[in-house]
Design a protein around this ligand. Structure first.
Ligand code: GDP
Length: 446
């Protein structure tokens, strides 16, 4: 999150542009949750730009209502429009507000003026009062921008998503303090004696904790930093699950709770398994939680050196893990020996890969282009005469990676169709190795 904080002398600006009556001021007020801007229903009323201080998800932002572009007869009023364009130029992000129900010639003319700045434009299609209306959004793709979002300022629909999108987009602007990549926060969790301390010591090159063959003997918290191939890593506290329980304390209860907190603070968790012993019930509980929290998870099969050397050992092992624990069917399995220092580079490149997938965002327009292709590729999804369709797909968040789809039957969409879309998202858009959630909405919400 720290990478999103703008430089102290420079708060990023978000400009709202649009012709009068598209709902620009209503949206401005909605975002500010105040009545600061005056909503004027008379088209063509010119207002001076209004700037307001806004805090979105903890980040200070200047929100600018540009006052709108005006038309003179059938043409844009040059002076008024120039003001809007000037404000847009200054901004780090431009929200072009259009009326989902009506695209006018002036809109198209204004779009031409915005073209040189198109990489910082997000098109907001307002007045999407119900889900039905969102199907109209396809008609706007020909404007050629990369990101579109349907909202209803008046009915408070998808305003949260808009805010998330704004935060995500500003992260990629030049207004961040750090230009370096933030550290990857990784945690090493696993049963006592799985080899966590040995691995942490390998990674950090420091003897941070006492390694002892007796379970539960490491006492001090461990946290370390290290670099690998230009990426910095932070190994979060893994001591909790190794700490000796106090007299009367339920060891397992204590460990799992401590692990849950660690998961929340991590990007990627290496679940370290003693390969000789295999997955325990406690490992499964922790894995469930990692998936639920939408964090990356890698199964580190430690003490691989102790396994008999047989052909296709890894394949057989991986198959077994997948069979026993389908909830982790996407998780990479990496054999290592912390003691013999083998498999560590592979483990770290896997952490980097998983971390990348976890933070990636796919633009809505690209997703919907893909969705069209995917839907063309399957024979009509039909169950007992009912035809199921997915019309629209959008990524709501990264880490946790979440998508929302809109279908003609919402939650009643058959699992086979949802699974098909999930697999396509994974394979075609590069989310193979991370937990991914897809919720289907629509239908009954009409
Ligand atoms: P922790 O409780 O998970 O932190 O486990 P430790 O790091 O304390 O390791 C427990 C025991 O397993 C120690 O005796 C280590 O030397 C041993 N160990 C750790 N990694 C390996 C490995 O890759 N191979 C073998 N054979 N032993 C290991």
């Amino acid at each position: 999150m720290s990478s999103q904080i703008p430089a102290p002398d420079r708060v990023p600006k978000v400009a709202l542009v649009g012709r009068p009556n598209v709902g620009k001021s209503t949206l401005f007020n909605r975002l500010l949750r105040s009545r600061k801007a005056i909503t004027d229903p008379t088209p063509g009323v010119t207002r001076d730009p209004i700037e307001a201080d806004w805090v979105v998800e903890g980040h200070p932002v200047k929100l600018v209502d540009t006052g709108g572009y005006k038309t003179k007869g059938d043409d844009l009023d040059a002076k008024v429009t120039a003001k809007s364009i000037a404000k847009a130029k200054e901004a780090d992000l431009i929200l072009l507000i259009l009326d989902l129900m009506e695209l006018t010639a002036e809109d198209e003319e204004f779009v031409r003026l915005l073209r040189p700045m198109s990489d910082k434009v997000v098109v907001i299609l307002n007045k999407a009062d119900g889900l039905e209306r969102e199907s109209l959004m396809g008609e706007f793709y020909s404007l050629g921008f990369s990101e579109y979002l349907c909202v209803s300022a008046a009915h408070n629909r998808r305003i949260d998503e808009l805010e998330e999108l704004i935060v995500a987009r500003l992260k990629f602007s030049d207004t961040v303090v750090e230009d370096a990549q933030p550290d990857i926060k990784m945690a090493i969790l696993g049963k006592p004696n799985a080899g966590k301390s040995t691995l942490v010591n390998r990674l950090t090159g420091l003897d941070l904790s006492i390694v002892s063959p007796e379970p539960g003997t490491t006492r001090d918290p461990v946290e370390g930093r290290f670099e690998y191939k230009g990426t910095s890593f932070r190994v979060l506290d893994t001591a909790g699950i190794r700490r000796r329980a106090k007299v009367g304390e339920d060891i397992e209860y204590y460990s799992v709770n401590r692990a849950l907190k660690t998961i929340e603070l991590s990007d990627v968790v290496v679940l370290l398994i003693d390969a000789v012993e295999g997955l325990s019930d406690q490992d499964k509980k922790i894995a469930y939680q990692i998936v639920k929290d939408g964090r990356g998870v890698i199964l580190g099969m430690n003490k691989w050196d102790l396994l008999p050397k047989v052909k296709n050992q890894l394949e057989a092992y991986t198959d077994r893990v997948r069979f026993l624990f389908p909830v982790l069917d996407f998780a990479p399995v990496v054999p290592i020996s912390a003691q013999d220092n083998t498999g560590i580079p592979e483990l770290l490149s896997t952490v980097v890969k998983v971390n990348r997938q976890l933070h990636q965002r796919v633009e809505t327009s690209k997703l919907n282009e893909m969705l069209k292709i995917w839907m063309e590729d399957i024979p009509t999804a039909q169950v007992r005469g009912v035809i199921y369709k997915i019309r629209y797909l959008t990524q709501v968040s990264a880490m946790p990676v979440k998508f929302v789809a809109f279908g003609n039957h919402g939650r009643d969409t058959p699992e086979s169709l949802t699974k098909y879309i999930v697999n396509k998202i994974r394979k075609d858009l590069g989310f193979q190795d991370v937990p991914l959630e897809l919720n289907v909405k629509g239908g009954q919400e009409r």
